[in-house]
Design a protein around this ligand. Structure first.
Ligand SMILES: Cc1ncc(COP(=O)(O)O)c(C=O)c1O
Length: 429
């Protein structure tokens, strides 16, 4: 055989995929030499100094873990660390929950929230009796961009329901309810537990009640994504309110849970999938099949982050300390909302987006993100002319703002709004 054997391309027709927009934005930010550059793209908490934050409680738990002689590097069970999944379940469903008490909730440790969404979507693709011959999961318009990809990857079609009104920069509640009504009975509807990404627009408690009524009436399946428990109001119980109410009213449901944001454990990939079944027998069958899927996908999940979170959730002292950390994060974000509103609305008197009388939406929105209402032309100018990095849909991560840069950001917004106003129609999508 010749040394000069020709190499045949095995994938000559694989098209080049576009880079992930958020990761690309971060790379552009890192490469930018501007001294006052601002990164509002990635959804990760930053301190007032603009630095990543290792939660003090996580540090404490980590030290304790290191000193624990019983910790080894053996494989975890396929469905994860039992003390983690049990405690994580308690965090979502509360101390006293009928579904949990009746043994109808099963939990599997996953690769953070993304892994939970994937495992859930895969389970639906394989086992759900969809109402029509089309396999469809309904997602809000807009939603976290990865929902589309995760659902499509398992051969299910994502279908949008109305959620956000770009004219009012608020919930399109009538459109939302109408689309839930129009969907065939027993449709699978993906809903954000709290702190909707990307809009920061959540239903009120009364609106949740009406949404719940439609789920019951239409026998829809609630596919909850809970990536921001604690980040919306600062209160872990309040932020789980929608999911607890749905479970109490016996809506068939599951919850995809992430500890990336509320425990700052982004790269440790700590999460869980909780499925609320109709009875113990169904719960056991579902868990057995999830184990089979998990085995072929990741075999078993990683242990470090799960140990940290289970220690925090089960040790009262660490739990209290974690709640303080969450208040610190959510409180700083709320302060930034107030500061940005005051600057744009009162100090600079920046013209608000078309359809709004003022910049009040910045304060009305909740959680990590804000949909500013800036249009694609304005966001482009912010990136190119002011080194302010945000996504093209006008979403900003509030955690990227701090007392040192909020004024610079507000002035940049003021400049681009005034220089483009009247030339480009307002669009937040
Ligand atoms: C709505 C939503 N769901 C799920 C996730 C999953 O995050 P992770 O996989 O890091 O837990 C995110 C992260 O940004 C999110 O915004």
């Amino acid at each position: 055989m010749s040394d000069q054997q020709e190499i045949y391309a095995a994938f000559p027709n694989v098209p080049q995929a576009p880079p992930d927009s958020i990761f690309q934005l971060t790379a552009r930010y890192v490469a930018d030499k501007h001294p006052n550059k601002i990164n509002l793209g990635v959804g990760a908490y930053r301190t007032d100094e603009g630095k990543p934050w290792v939660l003090p409680t996580v540090k404490k738990a980590s030290r304790q873990l290191e000193e624990n002689p019983d910790i080894d590097h053996e494989y975890l069970p396929i469905t994860g660390l039992p003390q983690f999944t049990k405690a994580a379940q308690g965090l979502i469903f509360g101390k006293q929950n009928k579904a949990v008490d009746e043994g109808r909730v099963i939990s599997v440790q996953t690769l953070s929230g993304t892994g939970a969404n994937h495992l859930a979507a895969l389970f639906f693709a394989k086992f759900y009796e969809f109402p029509t011959d089309k396999k469809e999961i309904y997602i809000s318009n807009p939603t976290w961009a990865n929902h589309n990809a995760i659902i499509s990857n398992v051969g299910v079609t994502p279908v949008s329901y109305r959620y956000y009104n770009k004219e009012t920069i608020a919930l399109d509640f009538d459109g939302y309810l109408e689309d839930l009504q129009k969907a065939p009975e027993r449709s699978v509807i993906l809903v954000h537990g709290c702190a909707h990404n990307p809009t920061g627009v959540d239903p009120t408690a009364e609106q949740w009640d009406k949404i719940l009524d439609v789920f019951l009436q239409k026998k829809h399946y609630a596919f909850f994504d809970s990536a921001y428990q604690g980040f919306a109001t600062g209160d872990l119980d309040r932020d789980a309110g929608s999911m607890r109410k749905f479970a109490e009213k016996r809506v068939p449901m599951l919850v995809c849970q992430s500890f990336a944001k509320n425990a700052g454990l982004y790269n440790e990939r700590v999460g869980a999938l909780h499925v609320v079944a109709a009875d113990i027998k169904e719960a056991e069958r579902v868990k057995s099949q999830l184990s089979v899927l998990q085995r072929s996908e990741i075999s078993n999940p990683p242990a470090y982050g799960a140990h940290i979170v289970s220690m925090i959730l089960t040790n009262p002292e660490l739990f209290e300390s974690w709640k303080n950390d969450i208040t610190t994060m959510s409180g700083r974000i709320i302060e930034m909302r107030d500061a940005l509103f005051d600057l744009l609305n009162d100090k600079l008197k920046t013209p608000p987006p078309p359809g709004r009388k003022d910049w009040g939406h910045i304060k009305e929105q909740i959680g990590m993100f804000s949909f500013t209402g800036l249009n694609p032309d304005q966001t482009k100018k912010l990136v190119e002319e002011h080194s302010v990095y945000l996504t093209g849909n006008g979403r900003i991560s509030m955690a990227g703002l701090n007392t040192h840069n909020v004024e610079t950001f507000a002035k940049a917004v003021d400049e681009v709004v005034r220089s483009t106003s009247g030339t480009v129609p307002g669009s937040a999508l």
